[in-house]
Design a protein around this ligand. Structure first.
Ligand SMILES: NC(=O)c1ccc[n+]([C@@H]2O[C@H](COP(=O)([O-])OP(=O)(O)OC[C@H]3O[C@@H](n4cnc5c(N)ncnc54)[C@H](OP(=O)(O)O)[C@@H]3O)[C@@H](O)[C@H]2O)c1
Length: 282
């Protein structure tokens, strides 16, 4: 390995990508942030600009948007991997979803590319409660979700980023598929109860059906492709009992246990994310 590598982090402003960018820069690597606002820009909808983003890079981290299961994702990954080979990229680390059978088609493209690779399959992120679609209902003190009884081994994006960085830099992770989960699994209600207690909020949790949830999103005017994706994630991914399995892959790679959900909750409370009006005046 060179002391300083050129690494393109696609999704480099997102939940895992921005942490990977920081970690790699701290280690002295030259990072190109893959973002629509970067120069050169990387936009999944503008494949004609991908060669510019790949030029001069040694390795790439791919966080696809919005999800490897959406129509068009497979073709996009195939095209990007072909361009990566042409650009003499040596290694690809692909972020995928644990238990997402459709996403596995995209994984296969990377696995059979002839390039060194690591597949990082993550469970649902802790950060969905603080940086994603669950934040707004928490701030409204009313969370209504389907699959309320399902146990989910939520994983922290800090741990995903650390695993991805090791995968990018260390050869021993070549040709591996890692399945990343947290230490224990929680239902949505258990997770919301922890957040409510720690942030001193009185949050009501209401179990609903997937159909009611989808209908609610439509009534709120959310775009149909977003409704489709969230419905797919709640049925295909959370509806699959295998997805409650806890793995020890984070410990295998990092040599320590995953960050616990309670630690994530404490850190997020300290940042004021769930009490914005309080921290505003501190
Ligand atoms: N959230 C979960 O629980 C979870 C679990 C397992 C796997 N995953 C996977 O993780 C990946 C990231 O998901 P996320 O929802 O958490 O998002 P995220 O990482 O927060 O994604 C936002 C990132 O995507 C970029 N982006 C958005 N639209 C783009 C476009 N058209 N072209 C290029 N870049 C674009 C944004 O860059 P700019 O806005 O700067 O352009 C930003 O860097 C997805 O593939 C998802 O399937 C997520």
């Amino acid at each position: 390995m060179k002391n300083s590598e050129n690494i393109l982090v696609i999704g480099g402003t997102g939940k895992t990508g921005r942490k990977i960018v920081t970690l790699l820069e701290e280690l002295g690597h030259k990072v190109r942030v893959g973002s629509r606002a970067a120069k050169p820009a990387f936009d999944w909808h503008q494949p004609e600009n991908w060669p510019k983003a790949l030029e001069g890079m040694d390795k790439i981290y791919i966080s696809y948007q919005p999800d490897l299961a959406v129509p068009g994702a497979l073709e996009a990954i195939e095209h990007l991997v072909n361009l990566a080979k042409y650009a003499s990229i040596k290694k690809v680390v692909l972020l995928s979803g644990k238990g997402e059978r459709v996403a596995e088609l995209c994984e296969q493209v990377v696995i059979h590319s002839g390039l060194d690779y690591t597949i990082v399959r993550a469970s649902w992120f802790n950060q969905n409660f603080s940086e994603n679609f669950l934040l707004e209902p928490i701030l409204d003190d009313f969370v209504a979700l389907p699959q309320a009884e399902v146990k989910i081994p939520f994983v922290d994006t800090d741990d995903i980023a650390l695993v991805a960085v090791k995968a990018l830099l260390e050869e021993e992770h070549n040709d591996q598929i890692y399945q990343l989960t947290g230490l224990r699994d929680l239902t949505f209600k258990e997770a919301i109860d922890q957040i409510a207690k720690a942030s001193n909020r009185n949050i009501t949790f209401m179990p609903i059906t997937v159909e009611e949830y989808s209908e609610g999103m439509r009534k709120a005017g959310l775009p149909e492709d977003f409704v489709w994706l969230i419905t797919y994630l709640f049925t295909e991914v959370l509806g699959n009992p295998k997805n409650s399995e806890i793995t020890n892959d984070i410990e295998k790679v990092l040599g320590r246990k995953p960050k616990d959900f309670s630690q994530y909750v404490q850190e997020t409370v300290a940042k004021g994310v769930w009490n914005p009006s309080v921290t505003q005046f501190i």
